[in-house]
Every structure is written in C-alpha cells, then in structure tokens.
Design a protein around this ligand. Sequence first.
Ligand SMILES: C[C@](O)(CO)[C@H](O)COP(=O)(O)OP(=O)(O)OC[C@H]1O[C@@H](n2ccc(N)nc2=O)[C@H](O)[C@@H]1O
Ligand SMILES: Nc1ncnc2c1ncn2[C@@H]1O[C@H](COP(=O)(O)OP(=O)(O)OP(=O)(O)O)[C@@H](O)[C@H]1O
Length: 289
Amino acid sequence: MKILVKAPAKINLSLDVLGKREDGYHDVKMIMTTIDLADRIELELLEQNRIIVTSHNRYVPDDQRNLAYQAAALLKDIYGVKLGAQITITKNIPVAAGLAGGSSDAAAVLRGLNKLWGLNCSIDELAQIGAKIGSDVSFCVYGGTAIATGRGEQIEHIGSPPPCWVILAKPSQGVSTATVYQNLNLNGIEHPNVDGMIDAITNQDYKQICGSLGNVLESVTLKFHPEVAMIKEQMKRFGADAVLMSGSGPTVFGLVKHDSRMHRVYNGLKGFCEQVYAVRMLGEREKLE
Ligand SMILES: C[C@](O)(CO)[C@H](O)COP(=O)(O)OP(=O)(O)OC[C@H]1O[C@@H](n2ccc(N)nc2=O)[C@H](O)[C@@H]1O
Ligand SMILES: Nc1ncnc2c1ncn2[C@@H]1O[C@H](COP(=O)(O)OP(=O)(O)OP(=O)(O)O)[C@@H](O)[C@H]1O
C-alpha cells in the first residue's frame, strides 16, 4: 500500500523573541502561515521492520539525520509498531532556507504514517510528538495560520490572511538556525508588533498586514549575509508591497496583491537570484488534515 502526502513550506509573517530559556531555547511569539510550495512525500508500507528514506537531493541526508526518518522512528518507538515504511521525498522547498522544509517533511510523515500504520492518533497528539523532533514541526502538522509561542510548539489557530501573492527569493547560501539564535542580542533590538499582525489578519486588512511584518532574527542574519539585505532592497524596488526575511533566513519574501505586479517582481528578481518562486498562501488548515 502507498500513500502520497503534501508537505508545504511556511513563512513567518511576524517573529518576535521574548527571551532566552534555561534549556537553551528561546521563547518566541510568531505568526506562521503555510504557502503553496510543497515537498511531495510518498509512503509505502513495508512488512519488514525498517525505515528507508530516499530524497535524491545532495543537501538532504538519507539516514537517521533526516527529520522524516526521525518522525517515523519516533512513531514506531512510541506505539511499538513492527511494520516499516519506505519514505520517498521529492524536494521542492529550498533546503536550510527558513521555510521549515525538513520540519514539514517530518510533519507529513507523522500524518501519513498515522494512516498507513492505522494508529488512530489525533492531530493534537501528532503535533505533540512533532515537538520532540523540532520546534517548527507542531505547526507543520496542522498547517494553516497560527500564533506560535513557547519555543514555537504551542499553537493557537487563527483565520487566514486575505489572498495575495508571496514572492520568495532564496540566496545561494544556507543558514543554520542554531547559529542565528546563538548570535541574537536581545538588548536594544526593535520588537515587531505581533498583536498588530493578529489584528490585521482578523480584520482582513492587507495594508495593515504589510505594515506589521517584522522579524527580530533579521538583526542577525542580515549582518552575516549582506546579500539578504540586497535582495530585500531589490524586491522593494521591483514593487513588492512589503518584504521580510522568513524564519532564520536567508529566504526573503515579498507580498504582492496584483497579478501584473507579481510578474514584474518575479521577473526582476530572476536576474539576481537563482531560486525565485511566486506562490499563494494556503491559509486554511483543512487542506492538510
Ligand atoms: C526560526 C524558526 O524556523 C521560526 O519558525 C524556528 O524558531 C526554528 O525552528 P526549528 O528549525 O524547528 O528549530 P529546532 O530544530 O527546534 O532548533 C534548532 C536550534 O535553534 C535554536 N532555537 C530554536 C527554536 C527556539 N525557539 N529557540 C532556539 O534557540 C536552538 O539552538 C536549537 O538547537
Ligand atoms: N527532510 C529534510 N529536508 C531538508 N533538510 C533536512 C531534512 N532532514 C534533515 N535535514 C537537514 O536539516 C537542515 C535544515 O534544513 P531545513 O530545510 O529544514 O531548514 P530550514 O528551512 O531553515 O528550517 P526552519 O525554517 O525550520 O529553521 C539541512 O541542512 C539538512 O541537513
């Protein structure tokens, strides 16, 4: 038996860091939403008790280091599953990009194997299991649009933002999330207005969404990767309504309301950056469950 599961990327419309915790993580408050750029995961039931991962991508490990492998191993361990799975990942989300590609693969494996192995776990149970793999995995289990707090694993769903285009541009270098958090200096940084973003989404106010975008991690990544600041400038110049770096970076996204403007920003950026995408926000949760 085989099933296909979609693993969409996320962007952070707002990302604030409130403080450093005893366990080495940081307390965050962020608004996350899924976008229509997704990896495709094929899951095949194996009668033998083993997990095999294949991704055909030289930046992605095909062993225990793969977050999709870790998701399957954790489910097996918790529920004493004696069956196995062949996991084939078609990578479309850029790697180490701030788009939660690995986390979304892990989340998709949790949702898919729950069905394939007949575990009958609730989506909330899967999200709790996901948190053991990584801070972004819980959100990715649900998808949609949410406020994420704690170290990112506490999820409160909110309505979707009004429809618009999201143009993504990924500079060639990847970024390590751990290094970005390590280099964050919380003194004297400007905090984004996360509650303003929540109001803007609730009011379906596109202009207010554009005005409320903010990410404290830009203060670190832009310092070490000046090309990120350059791409932000280019995106604004080509006419994006608002621009921000997603997560720990280095991917920059721009919001655009109108189709004609979307083509202009997309084509303009193609001259500067190899990996450029124009996608829609997915917003709704139902599409994943
Ligand atoms: C930047 C974001 O992607 C925004 O959504 C997330 O905060 C990071 O989520 P993630 O990649 O799933 O992160 P994890 O795999 O849990 O952690 C990677 C490393 O990032 C740091 N980390 C992560 C999350 C957090 N709230 N505080 C942290 O300090 C820790 O050093 C950790 O060792
Ligand atoms: N399934 C996977 N897909 C991509 N990378 C993976 C996967 N499993 C493990 N990795 C490893 O994780 C690292 C980070 O990859 P990923 O694409 O998840 O980063 P990210 O988008 O910056 O994550 P986040 O936004 O959650 O911080 C990669 O360098 C890779 O070695």
